[in-house]
Write a protein that binds this ligand. Structure first.
Ligand code: HEC
Ligand code: HEC
Ligand code: HEC
Ligand code: HEC
Ligand code: HEC
Ligand code: HEC
Ligand code: HEC
Ligand code: HEC
Ligand code: HEC
Ligand code: HEC
Ligand code: HEC
Ligand code: HEC
Length: 281
């Protein structure tokens, strides 16, 4: 910067300061009465206005309010009435029972202990909050587990439902399939999870399942040339471990005399192996 420019700037600055100092103080203009401003009556606050001052509550309801997306004043029949000296906060806050019956039974009447944010009604209560009460609300599952004891009965609900309330675990988290390519989606068709040993055998069960444990009978049955090779395991064994009567399908074959059967009461005395009947050819 040249010396000349510095001098010019300094002069300009001094002249500005000088001007401000020499002008007399402006008179403040006084407010003018305007009756038009008071022509109308104040209107009740709109929801939008509640939201301007309480943006957090508005946003909670907007995003997670679910069926609570109605006007604040449906719940807050009294508001802006809190007085620390009266210590009346609880008194002026809405009570869930204004609108709800005790829907989970009388025991669980401290609604906010689980539904911690009334403005976010669809937010599921935390797992920790409901932990000790699962079977209070889910009586069916509790009963299933105790009606037919299994190793699952010895687990606690949250051993399996462990991520959040309402989460469903996969069998594959803890188990191997019976044979290599078995899909986990089918497990529950044989093992209703809260009663995994009440195993219903359906005709259309994938019989390779049996091979996982009965690895002697399965290949024998698969290879037999007798007609029982076309009868599925579960057509004969309608329940696990249930042994069928031959006569349930065959009756008494006409070619078999009563004297013969009296002498050999067990069909397998002659037919030897249900899974691989001896045949002529
Ligand atoms: C479904 C009923 C319900 C609705 C709808 C509702 N509230 Fe609330 N609100 C409550 C309850 C219950 C409490 C008391 C919470 C507590 O005790 O922790 C509360 C507390 C409050 C509080 C004070 C405590 C705090 O959390 O800061 C404010 C402010 C508030 N609500 C604003 C609003 C506004 C604004 C709206 C509308 C945008 C609204 N509420 C809609 C039920 C409701
Ligand atoms: C101009 C701003 C403003 C508006 C508009 C406003 N509030 Fe408030 N509100 C406040 C302030 C400030 C408080 C006290 C501090 C706090 O709790 O956030 C308060 C407190 C509250 C409380 C808790 C304490 C009490 O005394 O009730 C509730 C509930 C509440 N407001 C509801 C509402 C509702 C419902 C509306 C709309 C009908 C609304 N407010 C509109 C500013 C506002
Ligand atoms: C002004 C009435 C009113 C009040 C007060 C109220 N609710 Fe509701 N709530 C409703 C209505 C209406 C529904 C929808 C119908 C139903 O599920 O019964 C609902 C639904 C719910 C739902 C299900 C939400 C959804 O979208 O599926 C929960 C959870 C709930 N309320 C909890 C509470 C709790 C906890 C309180 C107290 C903090 C409360 N409510 C206070 C009216 C109210
Ligand atoms: C011990 C915890 C707990 C308490 C206490 C509790 N709730 Fe719930 N509530 C739950 C759980 C968990 C759900 C299921 C939430 C979900 O679907 O994710 C639920 C769901 C609801 C629903 C939705 C109903 C449905 O079938 O989807 C309403 C409404 C509700 N609660 C109201 C209340 C009210 C009102 C109170 C107080 C009287 C209350 N709750 C007390 C845990 C609780
Ligand atoms: C206060 C009552 C309550 C308690 C306590 C509770 N739940 Fe729930 N739960 C509900 C309600 C209500 C629903 C949603 C409605 C339904 O599907 O039954 C639900 C839903 C579920 C679902 C999803 C159901 C589905 O069909 O997808 C599972 C899983 C579940 N709860 C497991 C648990 C477990 C595990 C616990 C304990 C850690 C528990 N719940 C505690 C009330 C409760
Ligand atoms: C061994 C793991 C395991 C245990 C222990 C367990 N569950 Fe489940 N639960 C599951 C699985 C897996 C499903 C999904 C079942 C399906 O889709 O067929 C389920 C489903 C559910 C459902 C949804 C409805 C239904 O019956 O399909 C509820 C509710 C539930 N469980 C509650 C409970 C409760 C309450 C307990 C404890 C008393 C419990 N569970 C113990 C694994 C378990
Ligand atoms: C969180 C882990 C977990 C999940 C998820 C789980 N289980 Fe189990 N399950 C176990 C444990 C632990 C045992 C006991 C194992 C043992 O003693 O070897 C068991 C045992 C069993 C048994 C034998 C029961 C008995 O009393 O002998 C069957 C059948 C079974 N599970 C099937 C399933 C099926 C099907 C699923 C999915 C729908 C499933 N499990 C999900 C942990 C789990
Ligand atoms: C066709 C029916 C069927 C299907 C499908 C099935 N299982 Fe089984 N599972 C059985 C039978 C039968 C047993 C033996 C029960 C007994 O010993 O009383 C068994 C036993 C079990 C056992 C306990 C014994 C062991 O091997 O540890 C587990 C765990 C098990 N199954 C898991 C599964 C899983 C995981 C799936 C899905 C990938 C599945 N099962 C699919 C029929 C089935
Ligand atoms: C996870 C292993 C497992 C699977 C899979 C399995 N079983 Fe079994 N099964 C057993 C066990 C263990 C026994 C008891 C063996 C004993 O008592 O010597 C048994 C016994 C039987 C018995 C009765 C045996 C007797 O001596 O009375 C029949 C029948 C049977 N299983 C059929 C089947 C059929 C059919 C399937 C396929 C749909 C199947 N099992 C799948 C483990 C399994
Ligand atoms: C045509 C009917 C029939 C079919 C199909 C059949 N079984 Fe059997 N199974 C029987 C009969 C009957 C017995 C009793 C045999 C005895 O008393 O010696 C039996 C016995 C068993 C036993 C226990 C005794 C033993 O021999 O170890 C097992 C395990 C078994 N079957 C598994 C299976 C499996 C797995 C399949 C399919 C691969 C199958 N069965 C197919 C009728 C059948
Ligand atoms: C679930 C029904 C069922 C049961 C139980 C059953 N069978 Fe059969 N059996 C059949 C069918 C189906 C055929 C084929 C019939 C045909 O094609 O004419 C058959 C065929 C036979 C044949 C002719 C074999 C051939 O290859 O030509 C003999 C022998 C026989 N069964 C004996 C028995 C004996 C012994 C038992 C008891 C251990 C028995 N069956 C249990 C359904 C059954
Ligand atoms: C004393 C030996 C003996 C006894 C016991 C016996 N069978 Fe036979 N069964 C035979 C002979 C031999 C044949 C003819 C074999 C052939 O033609 O291959 C035969 C054929 C059959 C056939 C196929 C031809 C037909 O007549 O339909 C069936 C099915 C059959 N037996 C079922 C049974 C049943 C069910 C029992 C028990 C109630 C039984 N058998 C007991 C020896 C016996």
């Amino acid at each position: 910067m040249t010396r000349f420019k510095v001098i010019l700037l300094a002069a300009a600055f001094l002249s500005l300061v000088g001007t401000a100092a020499t002008v007399p103080a402006q008179q403040q203009s006084l407010p003018q009465a305007d009756a038009a401003l008071y022509a109308s009556e104040p209107q009740p606050l709109t929801l939008d206005q509640c939201g301007q001052c309480h943006p957090g509550h508005f946003r909670d309801i907007k995003q997670q309010g679910g069926k609570h997306q109605f006007d604040c004043r449906e719940c807050h029949t009294t508001f802006h009435a809190y007085n620390p000296r009266k210590d009346n906060f609880a008194e002026i806050m809405p009570d869930c029972t204004q609108c709800h019956s005790p829907i989970h039974g009388d025991k669980h009447n401290q609604c906010l202990s689980c539904h911690s944010n009334p403005h976010a009604a669809i937010k599921a209560p935390t797992l920790a909050g409901v932990l000790n009460y699962c079977a209070d609300c889910h009586t069916d599952q509790g009963m299933q587990l105790s009606a037919q004891p299994s190793k699952h009965t010895e687990l606690s609900c949250d051993n399996c439902h462990h991520t959040e309330h309402g989460s469903i675990p996969f069998c594959s988290e803890c188990h191997q399939p019976h044979f290599e390519t078995q899909a986990f989606t089918g497990c529950a068709s044989c093992h209703p999870v809260h009663q995994p040993l009440a195993i219903p055998f359906a005709i259309d069960n994938d019989l390779r399942t049996c091979s996982g444990c009965h690895n002697d009978i399965y290949p024998k049955w698969q290879q037999t040339i007798s007609k029982h090779g076309q009868v599925g395991c579960t057509e004969c064994h309608t329940e696990h471990k249930k042994i069928p009567e031959c006569s349930s399908c065959h009756g008494i074959p006409p070619a078999h005399s009563k004297t013969m059967l009296d002498k050999f009461p067990r069909c397998l005395d002659c037919h030897l192996d249900a899974h691989d009947l001896p045949t002529k050819n």
